[in-house]
Design a protein around this ligand. Structure first.
Ligand SMILES: Nc1nc2c([nH]c(=O)n2[C@H]2C[C@H](O)[C@@H](COP(=O)(O)OP(=O)(O)OP(=O)(O)O)O2)c(=O)[nH]1
Length: 131
């Protein structure tokens, strides 16, 4: 049986643009674009996990707002349960640490990137929420 992986992703909105992050070559889903975040650990709420992950991987603090989407997607390596939340920056500027590239894009340009498959419903939702 495939393992269930519970993941949170931050849709960080700043000045009308959204932060998109590209996965590195050594990771699963290499070079795909994603919302920064990661796996929820035992005892954490999804919101706590997201704040922790963003602090670790982007060196900034966020406030976590409304849930945008929840998707279950079966990859070959496991079943990802992805919950995305709209977020805002509190302090610091997101920095490139674990990802190979980050971009701030207006919502209508999100579709130009090659997203991880689990993210596609969230991307569509963001586009429709902003247009
Ligand atoms: N952070 C994040 N992960 C996502 C998204 N969409 C998606 O399918 N994923 C997958 C990729 C990973 O398999 C898993 C998140 O794991 P992670 O971010 O904590 O771990 P990782 O990069 O080290 O991944 P891995 O190489 O261990 O699989 O969820 C997304 O938008 N954000």
């Amino acid at each position: 049986m495939k393992k269930d992986i519970h993941v949170v992703g931050a849709i960080i909105v700043n000045n009308g643009k959204i932060l998109c992050a590209q996965r590195g070559p050594t990771k699963s889903l290499s070079y795909k674009w994603e919302f920064p975040g990661g796996k929820v650990e035992k005892g954490e709420t999804p919101q706590e996990a997201l704040q922790r992950e963003i602090k670790e991987e982007m060196k900034c603090n966020i406030k976590v707002g409304q849930q945008a989407e929840h998707t279950v997607y079966e990859y070959d390596f496991g079943i990802v349960h992805l919950t995305t939340f709209y977020c805002g920056l509190i302090d610091g500027i997101p920095k490139l640490t674990e990802h190979v590239s980050i971009k701030w894009l207006p919502p209508q340009e999100l579709n130009f990137l090659e997203w991880a498959q689990a993210d596609i419903p969230a991307v569509e939702k963001v586009i429709s929420n902003f247009t």
